[in-house]
Design a protein around this ligand. Structure first.
Ligand SMILES: [Zn+2]
Length: 238
């Protein structure tokens, strides 16, 4: 299948595969505007718009904008993020935090987000998050709905927690065993699962509950309940 968007190598260097798949979904399902002539780029139209990247140094996000191929080539237009944000941040690298949520019974949960999120704006101004869309396309729903997903599982490997679906590995949470709070493994063992919560602008690196609540309210979180059991040396029953 031909990609529905023209994306240059220069732009591609900043994007993870999940971003690219999410962008393709945005092209298929969302009305977009050309950032040059402001003309519409409708889902399903036969042209192949270009993707350019801008940056927002305040929010520390990359903003992807589309244009008609005749209006602008696919290129990095503005990249003024702080050097430390760009340096060492491989596309797709994530920050995460394991937590126990009381709903009201204790549930093991893990929150994560990309270190550098990509956003797109629809023609009506609605923000669209390719990385989140990727998970939504695979069955993740709003936080309070969190469906159980067949074929997915969390597995521990040494100190790391890995998220798998049938088709392969989705994420790698390095050092999760060490970062896990008290009672996290107990809650996981009791329910046989872990609540997977992926988002944009969660501030997991800052542990800011206000940011998390805002992300939840603004529908920037996607969740699913995934099968999980603690590693043998963290099981109460052994
Ligand atoms: Zn245009």
């Amino acid at each position: 299948m031909t990609e529905p968007l023209e994306i240059s190598d220069e732009v591609r260097a900043y994007l993870a595969p999940k971003d690219l798949e999410g962008l393709a979904r945005a092209r298929h399902h969302t009305s977009l505007n050309c950032f040059v002539c402001e003309g519409p780029i409708r889902p399903g139209s036969s042209d192949r718009p270009t993707v350019s990247l801008f940056s927002d140094p305040i929010e520390r996000v990359l903003v992807a904008k589309v244009a008609h191929a005749d209006c602008a080539p696919s290129q990095v237009e503005v990249m003024d993020l702080p050097r430390e944000v760009i340096a060492g941040l491989a596309p797709g690298s994530i920050s995460y935090i394991p937590a126990v949520m009381h709903l009201p019974d204790p549930i093991a949960a893990i929150f994560w987000e990309q270190n550098l999120s990509v956003t797109v704006r629809g023609a009506d101004g609605t923000p669209f998050y390719p990385y989140l869309e990727h998970y939504r396309a695979l069955g993740f729903l709003r936080g309070e709905e969190a469906p159980g997903l067949a074929g997915w599982k969390f597995e521990f490997e040494g100190d790391d927690l890995l998220l798998y679906r049938e088709e392969g590995r989705m994420e790698e949470f390095n050092g999760a065993v060490e970062k896990a709070p008290a009672k996290w493994f107990d809650a996981m063992e009791r329910t046989g699962g872990c609540l997977a919560m992926v988002g944009v602008g969660l501030g997991v690196d800052r542990l800011d509950l206000g940011l998390l609540e805002r992300a939840w309210a603004e529908d920037r979180v996607a969740a699913a309940m995934i099968n999980a059991s603690p590693p043998p040396d963290h099981r109460a029953s052994t």
